[in-house]
Ligand binder design. Structure first.
Ligand code: 6PG
Length: 250
């Protein structure tokens, strides 16, 4: 069995958030000690909100001036739209911490179309990481959620364009969704030093079982396998309810 797909289960989302705060503190100081900065990509959705709020509480103790934040994905909407991940992050985290303005690397959505926004985001990522013309940046941490359909970031089932690509960011046209999206591509996610999934709620229980137990290897969340980095699945009890006992991390 692939041990990295064993899930760490918490009674509540709040307890999962507490654990994640400790991970963040450790990872950020460790990265800063090693190379002077900590670069993380964060997700939207409801699950990480308690974590963002708890990070604010830790605020003064954290090295924000050496921390760089990116988004794992974004909706192609104005930044003050309630569906914008930037908006969510701003309201729950950014406006409450002393992160220098230049340390947040937004997906700019005032471009003419999602493709140009993806291109601009890719340039921003290249400017920061300077990975070389064909290199892939190495995020210290990418935090992901999971949808009931097995999507993660904005990598959706049936949308294969962002899975095998030389691009770092890509635009996603979702037929049934109100908004187009911009997402980090799978090669970038799989090159991170650490990828953490935060999964909550009973609606995700089947998808989490399929991904963690390797029952459906085609789901986008199943394709997340950091080559050199660590993979960690965190879930609340509701999301974990269908997991076989040997797939739960003790
Ligand atoms: C987003 C992310 C998406 C999210 C999952 C889980 O919504 O911005 O693209 O991948 O992480 O849909 O969302 P919940 O945390 O709300 O369940």
């Amino acid at each position: 069995m692939d041990n990295s797909r064993r899930v760490l289960v918490f009674p509540t989302v709040d307890e999962m958030a507490d654990f994640m705060v400790n991970q963040w503190i450790e990872l950020s100081w460790c990265a800063i000690q090693k190379k002077g900065h900590f670069a993380a990509a964060l997700s939207g959705g409801e699950t990480p909100v308690p974590f963002y709020r708890k990070l604010v509480e830790e605020g003064p103790k954290l090295p924000w001036n050496r921390t760089h934040l990116f988004l794992a994905d974004e909706r192609f909407v104005p930044i003050d739209d309630p569906d914008s991940n930037y908006h969510l992050l701003h309201e729950t985290l950014l406006k409450n911490i002393p992160l220098p303005e230049g340390n947040f690397h937004a997906v700019v959505t005032d471009s003419p179309d999602p493709l140009s926004s993806a291109g601009r985001y890719e340039e921003e990522i290249r400017r920061f990481f300077m990975p070389g013309p064909e290199g892939i940046p190495e995020f210290d941490l990418i935090m992901l959620g999971m949808g009931a359909d097995g999507h993660t970031a904005s990598l959706f089932p049936g949308k294969r364009g962002c899975l095998k690509t030389v691009h770092l960011a890509c635009a996603v046209d979702l037929d049934n969704d109100r908004h187009d999206r911009i997402t980090l591509t799978l090669p970038v996610i799989n090159n991170a030093r650490m990828v953490v999934f935060l999964v909550s709620g009973k609606a995700k229980a089947s998808a989490l079982r399929d991904v963690a137990e390797g029952r459906d290897r085609h789901l986008p969340a199943s394709r997340v396998k950091p080559g050199e980095g660590r993979l960690l699945f965190l879930a609340d009890a509701e999301a974990a309810q269908y997991l076989a006992a040997n797939h739960i991390r003790r």
